[in-house]
Design a protein around this ligand. Structure first.
Ligand code: GUN
Ligand code: ZN
Length: 385
C-alpha cells in the first residue's frame, strides 16, 4: 500500500543543518520547519479553529490519552473523526499517550504489554498498549499518529534507559504491525490502495549518546514516513539538550521529516532548526497566554504589570495579528485583572501567531540562505529568553 504522507526537501541552508521542506498529507500540505499548536482536548484552548487558521497554523496536535478518557474514541469516531468533531479541516497529529501516561508518576505501571494507569478524571484503572494506542488514533483519524513509547524522566540510570529504549523499539514494531493490519482491512473495504494515516516512530535513549545511536538504528530499520526525537526537554540543562540533539538529528534519515517533541521556546526553536529539525509542538504559547504572558519581538511581557495600566500601545509593534491590530496593553491588562475570558482568547491568538510567524520568517530566511543572519537579528531584538 502507498503511504499517505510524503516529504519534499526544498532547500538546505549552506552553513547550518537548517532545511526548508514540505509535507503532504490527506488534509493538505505543511510547510516546514513548522510549529504545531497543541489542542489537547480537541480544542486549541480559548481559540476557535478559524482563528487558529488565521494565525497561519497549518497543523495542530491532539492527545490520544485525553480523548480516550473523555469523550472516548468511539464518540469521536461516531462524530466522523477528530477533524469533523472539532471543525478543523487541516492536518492533525496525535501523540500516542506515551508521554502523558508516563508523566503520571506513581499513578502508572509499565510492563512489556503496555502501561497501566489511573484516570486523571475519576481514578479508574486503564491499560494502554501499542495496539490500543493505534486503535484510538485510528478512530480519531489523525493524519500523523505517533508510536506508543516511553519517555524517560531526567535524570535516569543508564541501565533503565537502555532497557526502556529497547522496549520502545519492540512497541514501535507492534504499532507498525497493528497499523498495517488496520489499514489493510480498511483498504479491502474501501478498495483504496493508499493508507489513510501515517505512523511516525520515536527515538529515545535519554542523555546517553551511545543509547541514542542504538535507538535511532533500531527505529529507522522500520521504514516509516517520519521520525521523532522524544525524551528531550524533560528538565535537563540547555547545553546537554543541544549537545544530544546535535547527535540525534544526524542519526535520522535526511529524506524524512524530523520532529522534536514538546519544544517551543523561541531559542530552542532556532537552535533546533539550525541542527535540522522540521517539526515542533508545545503548549507554551497558549499556556503563557492564560497566565497573562505575551511573547513579543522584544521579549516576553507580563501583561499584569502595573507599568501597562496607561500603556495604550499595541502588544507587539511588529505583529499584525487580530489582537495587535485592535487592542492596547492597557485594555489587555484590564481584562486580565478582571478575569475576563477575552484576555486568554486575545493573548492565545497573539502568542500562536507570534510563533507561527517566526517560523514563516525562518522558512523565508532558509530559502534566501540567510538563516544565521535572521537568527542574530531575532536574538538581538528579543533579548533574554
Ligand atoms: N512529548 C514530548 N516528549 C515526548 C516523548 O518523548 N514521547 C511522546 N510520545 N510525546 C512526547
Ligand atoms: Zn499580535
Amino acid at each position: 500500500m502507498k503511504e499517505s504522507l510524503s516529504f519534499e526537501l526544498i532547500k538546505k541552508d549552506s552553513r547550518t543543518g537548517a532545511r526548508r521542506g514540505r509535507i503532504t498529507t490527506p488534509h493538505g500540505t505543511i510547510e516546514t520547519p513548522v510549529f504545531m499548536p497543541v489542542g489537547t482536548q480537541a480544542t486549541v484552548k480559548a481559540m476557535k479553529p478559524e482563528d487558529v487558521e488565521k494565525t497561519g497554523a497549518e497543523i495542530i496536535l491532539g492527545n490520544t490519552y485525553h480523548l480516550y478518557l473523555r469523550p472516548g474514541e468511539d464518540i469521536v469516531r461516531e462524530a466522523g473523526g477528530l477533524h469533523k468533531f472539532m471543525n478543523w479541516h487541516r492536518p492533525i497529529l496525535t501523540d500516542s499517550g506515551g508521554f502523558q501516561v508516563f508523566s503520571l508518576g506513581k499513578f502508572r505501571k509499565i510492563t512489556e504489554e503496555g502501561a497501566k494507569f489511573k484516570s486523571y478524571i475519576d481514578g479508574s484503572s486503564h491499560m494502554m498498549t501499542p495496539e490500543s494506542s493505534i486503535e484510538v488514533q485510528t478512530a480519531l483519524g489523525s493524519d500523523i499518529m505517533m508510536a506508543f513509547d516511553e519517555c524517560v524522566a531526567y535524570p535516569a540510570e543508564k541501565k533503565y534507559v537502555e532497557r526502556s529504549l529497547e522496549r520502545t523499539t519492540r512497541w514501535l514494531k507492534r504499532c507498525d504491525d497493528h497499523h498495517k493490519r488496520l489499514e489493510t482491512k480498511a483498504a479491502m473495504e474501501s478498495g483504496s490502495d493508499t493508507m489513510k494515516q501515517a505512523l511516525f516512530g520515536i527515538m529515545q535513549g535519554g542523555m546517553f549518546k551511545d543509547l541514542r545511536e542504538i535507538s535511532a538504528k533500531q527505529i529507522t530499520e522500520i521504514d516509516l514516513p517520519g521520525y521523532a526525537i522524544g525524551g528531550l526537554s524533560v528538565g535537563e540543562p540547555k547545553e546537554i539538550m543541544l549537545d544530544i540533539l546535535d547527535d540525534c538529528v544526524d542519526l535520522l534519515p535526511e529524506d524524512k521529516p524530523r520532529y522534536l517533541m514538546g519544544v517551543g521556546t523561541p531559542d530552542y526553536l532556532f537552535e533546533s532548526v539550525e541542527r535540522g529539525v522540521d517539526m515542533f509542538d508545545c503548549v507554551l504559547p497558549t499556556r503563557l497566554a492564560r497566565h497573562g504572558m505575551a511573547m513579543t519581538s522584544r521579549g516576553k511581557i507580563n501583561i499584569k504589570n502595573a507599568v501597562f495600566a496607561r500603556d495604550f500601545s499595541t502588544l507587539d509593534p511588529d505583529c499584525d495579528c487580530y489582537c495587535c491590530r485592535n487592542y492596547s496593553r492597557a485594555y489587555l491588562r484590564h481584562l486580565f485583572k478582571n478575569d475576563e475570558i477575552l484576555c486568554s482568547m486575545l493573548l492565545s491568538e497573539h502568542n500562536i501567531h507570534f510563533l507561527v510567524n517566526m517560523m514563516k520568517n525562518i522558512r523565508k530566511a532558509i530559502e534566501e540562505d540567510r538563516f544565521l543572519e535572521y537568527k542574530r537579528k531575532f536574538y538581538n531584538k528579543y533579548g533574554e529568553f
